[in-house]
Design a protein around this ligand. Structure first.
Ligand SMILES: *Cc1c(COP(=O)(O)O)cnc(C)c1O
Length: 357
């Protein structure tokens, strides 16, 4: 197996990044090395006079325990959106590099690639009319043919809700060894019953897994997501990252949220969301004009309608805003509906089962 860091852009191999005042491990009790203010702001009740620790040890340890990996395998950043951007910047030479995506999929992979001048090669998911499936052979062929250094798999998929089986991820990583990193975006993993691709990392070092606190953990506002992968690769991503990526109040809140009690509540709410997802999907299958409600391993359902516009309008008229995904390839008749609380899902069911002609 070759080392994943060998796939880093040639011009970044010796890149040290910005050395902040926090980079040097110095000891003292009068800190005059970062041009911080001498007195706190009058409105500061959270202790934010100083620049924050770039990767706080406690935070990293708790996240590593949560995701069952070693702390040095994990980079915390401003949502998994930042991890996507860092990966593209570290592995794609501007104006030359390429990534592979499998549409319909999460939009940020292509956005980051475009901003960076990297080519986007699309190997669409295969829709058999009942579920979406990733054609792993075609993805591997496309990655090799285009010299792509990153392949983005979204599992559970957004907006499709499907799972890429671990065997397929393993096969793909094997075929792309020494050629590309397989990034598995598991933003919705908590809602799935299949195991995480983190469990494959011991055998395949070219797999990076993205996780986030934005969905199951109900912390979208704190912007905390992680990349988990080979420790040397993670160290390179850290050097490409902003000097102080994690705001101190966010870190404090996340550390509290990862204590036993809030975690137990989170797990119970995920279970409730999964139950509601199945109830919502089942009810929607009975809606008039419903073409298909896809099976979902996430916290939303994707549905195709005879007339998606009137379904969207009926929901809006009832005060319910859902995601119109009709602009996505292959989804010209589809809407994505996030699973809400039971009363919210009842509103969706009432609007669609009663009103769609
Ligand atoms: C929501 C979402 C993200 C973004 O997560 P953040 O951590 O909030 O940046 C990443 N990937 C997918 C597939 C998502 O749906």
């Amino acid at each position: 197996m070759s080392a994943p860091v060998d796939l880093i852009r040639a011009d970044l191999r010796d890149f040290a990044g910005y050395r902040s005042a926090r980079s040097d491990r110095l000891v003292g009790d009068v800190w005059l090395n970062a041009n911080e203010a001498a007195w706190p702001n009058a409105a500061d009740d959270g202790g934010v006079r100083r620049y924050p620790d770039p990767q706080p040890e406690t935070l990293r340890t708790r996240l590593a325990a949560l995701y069952d990996c070693r702390p040095e395998q994990l980079l915390a950043g401003r949502g998994s959106d930042e991890a996507i951007d860092l990966l593209v910047r570290a592995f794609c030479t501007p104006g030359q590099g390429a990534i592979v995506i499998t549409s319909p999929t999460f939009g940020m992979y292509a956005v980051s690639a475009k901003l960076h001048g990297a080519r986007v090669v699309d190997v669409p998911l295969v829709d058999d009319g009942r579920a979406f499936r990733c054609d792993i052979d075609a993805v591997a062929d496309a990655a090799l043919a285009s010299n792509a250094t990153l392949v983005f798999l979204c599992s559970p998929g957004n907006p499709t809700g499907d799972i890429v089986p671990l065997d397929a991820v393993r096969t793909l990583a094997e075929r792309l060894d020494g050629r590309a990193i397989v990034v598995v975006d598991e933003a919705y993993q908590e809602f799935a019953s299949a195991p995480s691709a983190i469990t494959l990392q011991a055998e395949r070092s070219n797999i990076v897994v993205l996780r986030t606190l934005s969905k199951a953990h109900a912390l979208a506002g704190v912007r905390l997501g992680v990349a988990i992968g080979d420790a040397d690769l993670i160290a390179v991503l850290r050097r490409c990252q902003a000097p102080y990526p994690l705001p101190a109040p966010c870190v404090t809140l996340v550390e509290r949220a990862l204590a036993d009690e809030p975690l137990a509540t989170t797990r119970a709410r995920v279970t409730a969301s999964v139950r509601e997802r199945e109830r919502l999907a089942e009810a929607l299958r009975e809606a008039p004009g419903m073409r298909c409600v896809y099976p979902s391993s996430s916290n939303f359902v994707l549905a195709r309608f005879d007339d998606a516009q009137s379904a969207f309008d009926a929901l809006l008229a009832a005060g319910v805003v859902v995601r119109d995904v009709r602009a996505q390839p292959g989804l010209g008749d589809a809407l994505r509906i996030t699973v809400g609380r039971p009363d919210e899902n009842d509103r969706v069911i009432a609007a669609l089962v009663g009103a769609v002609a």
